[in-house]
Design a protein. Structure first.
Length: 179
């Protein structure tokens, strides 16, 4: 049985209030039945951004949609390395994966979209330099500029020394940190 027009309108309103993106459990808390989610998907008004994350197709577009999807699925994750450089506008590299930092013992992320590469940070390496940014759909945790540049040098064998040097030059040129 398809959902009623009233249920579809309620769901669309809830998605718009949340910035166009919701997790399934958040939709259920807002009294949106799963049948309504699938009805919106079948009407091409809703698309899945991976398991448990839904996006309203005609919602205002965000250039950070992949970061929002990761922040919703993994609330303890902190955006790091190339993804954080891109967030801060310090790289010409286009990240092919969302780089996140996780504490030890946290399960390895398994997502198809967006592709994620997790790095394990412990103690102060995980907690130091975290900035929180409130976006319409989620709260994004990103390492600050200085911490990100330092981490790029720490992981230079993975990232490449050229990426770390570019981040250092751009950050210094834009006066985003001091020595």
């Amino acid at each position: 049985m398809p959902p009623s027009p009233k249920a579809l309108a309620h769901a669309e309103r809830a998605f718009r209030q949340a910035g166009g993106i919701l997790r399934t459990r958040d939709a259920l808390r807002r009294r949106i039945h799963p049948r309504t989610l699938y009805g919106l998907r079948d009407l091409d008004r809703l698309t899945s951004l991976g398991r448990g994350v839904w996006y309203l197709v005609d919602a205002p577009a965000s250039e950070h949609l992949d970061l929002i999807a990761v922040a919703l699925r993994y609330p303890r994750a902190v955006i790091c390395l190339t993804s954080a450089l891109s967030w801060h506008g310090l790289t010409t590299q286009l990240p092919t994966r969302v780089h996140i930092a996780l504490p030890p013992g946290f399960p390895q992320p398994r997502t198809r979209f967006p592709p994620v590469r997790a790095f394990r940070f412990s103690g102060r390496a995980y907690t130091a330099g975290v900035e929180t940014h409130a976006l319409p759909a989620a709260t994004l945790r990103v390492y600050g500029v200085a911490k990100t540049v330092a981490d790029c040098f720490k992981f230079r064998n993975y990232m490449g020394l050229d990426v770390a040097l570019e981040a250092l030059r751009e950050g210094w040129r834009k006066r985003r940190f001091s020595m």
